[in-house]
Design a protein around this ligand. Sequence first.
Ligand code: 5AD
Ligand code: SF4
Length: 404
Amino acid sequence: MRRFLIETWGCQMNVHDSEKMAGILGPLGYEATADVNRADLILLNTCSVREKAAEKVFSRLGQLRGLKRLNPDLVIAVCGCVAQLEGETIFRRAPYVDLVMSTAARGAGPRAYVTVMEGCNKSCTYCIVPFTRGREVCRSAQEILAEVRDLVARGYPEIEFLGQNVNAYHHGTDELSSLLRMSDRIEGVRRLRFTTSHPGHLDHRTMDAMRDVPSVCNHLHLPAQSGSNRILRLMKRGYTRERYLQKISYLRCNVPRIAFSTDIIVGFPGETEEDFTETVSLLRDVEFDQVYAFAYSARPGTVAAGMTNALPEALKQERLQSILTIQEEIQLRRNTALVGRSFEILLDGRPPKEGPGVRGRTTCNRIVHVPADASTPNTFLTVRITRAHAHSLSGEPLLGSRAA
Ligand code: 5AD
Ligand code: SF4
């Protein structure tokens, strides 16, 4: 067994990314360790929000250098915002670093992330976050709104509120829905998003804010984790499949063209063929627009890690593959239905993979590639969809439709 250690700096987005990376490393034969001396892979998930962030990273790398001398097989990786900003400078200044990865969802773009709360008071049995991040602590609305004003002034038209259980946000009389309503009134705020929502905590006030507040986007990330009530109980998720579906259906009725994404864990200890079939049927019932699927991996210290009926790795991988295949087909079908329609996209300045052009996102969080030299990053462009793919769309600008 190889061991990994992820050091997470900065915001909730990084915590989220680190969780995802840990989720990927588990099935690859890595287990988490808190002991830097025993790690075979050390990943610094960096943040550039604070002052002198890069210097702090280089200073940490300097400390790790000695370990690399003792163990030449040790892999040191840097990702997150500092990696994004410093890029090759990291290799130049710290040549013993093996990998530098920018974090695709972050960095320079039109979307800014604002952590509204840290920690999580839930106790999902598979999850390490309550141990690593502690109890919920919410920032005041005043502080959050000041940050939003500042970000908008610095040219970010889109703001995403972050919290592990963002629906639980409350400070004094403020809650998530009031935060959304107050932020909407700030001049220059064009799009508002929030993540991660817990299906049990998502209340009608928040759902109605999604319906009523103009800048709140018609996309919701709502991790279901499983479609089986038995597994949801074992995970201590605190909702049933039926309650989950009720919220989806309320939102579909009230928020025009809302898109949903979700997280799914396959291969939770004791997951039977029937349980798995229930998850597949949930995916078919809801038809999510995007699914992040993970093979369950035991996190030391969690309740689930002590369960004795773990599934074989091969079975987990088989179930994961089948989720991905089914979902790919669903996404392609849903995206194909959008061909011919027009959307306003917010350009993010990154070139599409295929050839010259630009890309941006719709309010429903779909990526649209526009094969034209038509853009200034962080501006809006209205496009007509010409082609659909499973994970993105292609479009063409509608002439005379530029809106800054
Ligand atoms: N095994 C697999 N996936 C996990 N996640 C969290 N903990 C685990 C685990 N032990 C997934 C969940 C969560 C996402 C961020 O990571 O689906 O929503
Ligand atoms: Fe983990 Fe559950 Fe809290 Fe999400 S809600 S961070 S899965 S304990």
